[in-house]
Design a protein around this ligand. Structure first.
Ligand code: HSE
Length: 441
């Protein structure tokens, strides 16, 4: 056996500890598979003395990540610190400049600095691997960069945040409120330290930005993503979706259109019989539509120490095997500038939930506004009482009426303008709810 590869790990949280454990416990298997011996030679983390349940006595302790990144005693720097700037950025830059291969699970870092760091990696002839940064344990980066490389991809989309999928699944299965499900997700450790990142869609957006670049050979452009989280979803929407044959999922979607590439993150109605609709709980899924292969869907754990570490170890094995690929599948100089397709041009079906004041002609006015904007309705559900419940209180005639409209394919602009006009008519209570329907087979 062959070369020794010395590994430095920055960040000993759940993923860092799992990674070190796998490297230590499976040393023989990894050596056989990669024909290299991986040796943990350096570590750094926030607190030195903490018992992490693994024996790191063979590794030198470093007080800061940048010193570890540059240390002559490592060949590969594994960044598991997190954060888009700060120590994560400084240490990854230092490692690349020092000619070390880098592995990171940090989607926020790559969403912001991906092309600059990829350029640095190319200049220094080293790898920058990040399988764990997108959908944790699902091997989607490898799939996009290698296995699907012969395809012209028209759309890549997925459930990229386990916390949101867990919340939506429990709301659907148990009829619980959004807040109750979020509290459970936090208690169980699924949510990010700041749950805003999960529930407002930013975590999904970071991952989507990387998928877009891999799928379309464009520069990473996280600032060009339309982002809407799941905080507005109510049990009324969940029940209405169920009745109409859909489920609600937070999707990240990147899609080629005539005017550019759409990147969007939003709660989405997906047909109940689609593969993506059946992905429940904390699981993630990523789907790609390729011209040669058709649709490919990968499902698996998007978070968790061992599952995420599985991807980090795979990146390490690639380095051991001497596999070095363009970071985003295309050499940096040939990545195309990202051209944003405007969200108002987005085409698709829409779900609209309104609470109608029970006055004569109110519904006719709404139908008229829709028609004026050229929106054709596919179905209308109107009933007294909350969506999903048996009709109640038929006699007083004064309760607001929930109305659900499903449109045929139309444009975002038409729907937004129609809803603005409807709101101005003073025939509805509160804000209309509007969700996009994704065309899936
Ligand atoms: N908090 C993320 C999730 C995992 O819920 O999927 C890491 O990106």
């Amino acid at each position: 056996m062959s070369a020794k590869i010395k590994v430095g790990v920055a960040g000993l949280g759940t993923v860092g500890v799992s990674f070190c454990r796998i490297v230590l416990e499976k040393a023989q298997m990894l050596a056989t598979r990669s024909q290299c011996q991986f040796e943990l030679t350096g570590v750094t983390a926030r607190s030195k003395g903490k018992d992490r349940g693994i024996d790191l006595s063979g590794a030198q302790w470093f007080d800061d990540a940048v010193s570890l990144a540059k240390a002559p005693s490592i060949d590969v720097f594994v960044e598991l610190i997190g954060g888009e700037d700060g120590d994560a950025l400084a240490s990854v830059e230092a490692a690349l400049k020092a000619g070390k291969h880098v592995i990171t699970a940090n989607k926020a870092l790559l969403a912001k600095h991906g092309v600059a760091l990829a350029t640095l990696a190319e200049e220094n002839s080293v790898s920058l691997n990040y399988e764990a940064a997108v959908a944790g344990g699902i091997p989607i980066v490898k799939s996009m960069r290698e296995t699907l490389a012969g395809n012209d991809v028209s759309r890549v989309y997925g459930i990229l945040n386990g916390t949101c999928n867990y919340i939506l699944t429990r709301m659907e299965r148990e009829g619980l409120s959004f807040n109750a499900c979020l509290a459970d997700a936090q208690r169980l450790g699924y949510a990010e330290a700041d749950p805003t990142f999960d529930i407002e869609g930013y975590d999904t957006a970071h991952k989507l930005a990387l998928l877009t670049s891999l799928a379309f050979g464009t520069q990473v452009s996280a600032d060009d993503i339309y982002v809407e989280g799941i905080t507005s979803i109510t049990t009324a929407d969940i029940l209405a979706a169920e009745e109409l044959g859909y489920r609600i999922k937070l999707l990240g979607v990147a899609q080629k259109t005539d005017t550019g590439i759409e990147q969007r993150v939003h709660p989405t109605m997906v047909p109940k019989n689609s593969a993506i609709a059946r992905v429940s709980g904390v699981l993630n899924a990523v789907a790609a539509d390729g011209d040669a292969v058709g649709e490919v869907v990968l499902v698996g754990p998007g978070a968790g120490g061992d599952a995420t570490a599985s991807s980090v170890v795979a990146d390490l094995i690639d380095i051991g095997r001497g596999v070095r690929l363009p970071v985003f599948g295309t050499p940096c100089a040939q990545l195309q500038p990202y051209k944003r397709a405007l969200m108002r041009r987005h085409e698709g079906g829409y779900y609209i939930r309104l609470t109608l004041k029970d006055t004569a002609g109110a519904f006719a006015l709404i139908a008229q506004e829709m028609a004026q904007k050229g929106i054709s309705l596919q179905s209308i559900v109107q009933r007294r009482g909350p969506v999903g419940a048996e009709p109640v209180n038929e006699q007083d005639g004064k309760e607001p009426l929930p109305v659900i409209l499903i449109t045929h394919d139309t444009t975002e602009l038409a729907v937004r303008e129609a809803l603005e006009s409807i709101t101005a008519l003073n025939v509805i209570d509160g804000k209309p709810q509007m969700l996009r329907i994704e065309n899936l087979n």
